[in-house]
Design a protein around this ligand. Structure first.
Ligand SMILES: Nc1ncnc2c1ncn2[C@@H]1O[C@H](COP(=O)(O)OP(=O)(O)O)[C@@H](O)[C@H]1O
Ligand SMILES: [Mg+2]
Length: 236
């Protein structure tokens, strides 16, 4: 039987403890996060909401090792982020499927090239043929099957957002962080995205923390977290 501590550690995907964050210096300094605590269990699908400017993107980018910690501790998939250098942070980022608020696609890369290049960052990169079949399956599941070779400039914002979702899932990450991944999508496309993420969690035991204002997604989550006045409500 595993030691109880080991069991506890492996059942947790993310812990955030006493994390505070401020922008600006001197009189312009503004605290955005104030001693935030959060525990995300393995397999859990949590939604993070709160008003615009509440600090949701700041918190998500800290957890995703895209922004460096100022104060507090974050552990992601067994990696302690505090005091890590750029190379170590890059290692953590490779374990995470991050969906950016503004999709962040390269304009010179087709949907398939984006997914194929992403697969090259995987710890065990697939063959081109394997990448092609995975990319095709992901895009079909997102209602984007006929856009495999489209360039971002030929796509609507909502279509670009779905390519970004496929990119985040491409390497079967243990953690998905999504920053308003359905903001540009209609109801049906939003449901496709959320269902695909849920299915990914069930199949792979992965976890997701999704920032959204869309209350139609709330009933599909295991837990809804509210960020208010720099603090998370009922999150630890
Ligand atoms: N780079 C930055 N420099 C200064 N202030 C920032 C910066 N990024 C965000 N902020 C401010 O921090 C607050 C939280 O921003 P953000 O985390 O983007 O909130 P949310 O994602 O909940 O809308 C906002 O008031 C925003 O204006
Ligand atoms: Mg935001």
């Amino acid at each position: 039987m595993p030691h109880p501590c080991t069991q506890t550690m492996t059942s947790v995907a993310v812990t955030v403890r006493g994390v505070s964050y401020a922008y600006g210096e001197g009189a312009a300094r503004k605290t955005v996060l104030d001693e935030v605590d959060l525990t995300l269990r393995r397999g859990e699908f949590a939604v993070l909401t709160g008003h615009s400017g509440a600090g949701k993107t700041t918190l998500l980018t800290l957890i995703g090792a895209i922004r460096s910690l100022q104060q507090g501790q974050i552990n992601v998939l067994g990696f302690n982020l505090a005091g890590r250098g750029a190379i170590a942070q890059e290692q953590v980022r490779r374990q995470i499927g991050f969906i950016f608020q503004d999709h962040n696609l390269f304009s010179a890369l087709s949907a398939f090239r984006t997914l194929w290049l992403t697969s090259g960052l995987s710890p065990s990169p697939p063959s081109r043929q394997e990448a092609l079949s995975r990319a095709t399956a992901l895009l079909e599941a997102l209602g984007m099957g006929s856009y495999l070779h489209s360039m971002p400039g030929q796509l609507s914002t909502g279509q670009k957002q779905r390519i970004a979702v496929a990119r985040a899932l491409m390497n079967t990450p243990q953690l998905i962080l999504g920053d308003e991944p359905t903001a540009a999508l209609d109801h049906d496309a939003s449901m496709l995205v959320i269902s695909l993420i849920r299915q990914h969690l069930t199949t792979n035991g992965a976890s997701a923390l999704i920032v959204t204002h869309d209350d139609r997604i709330f009933p599909m989550a295991d837990r809804v977290l509210y960020l208010r006045d720099g603090r998370l409500v009922n999150a630890a």
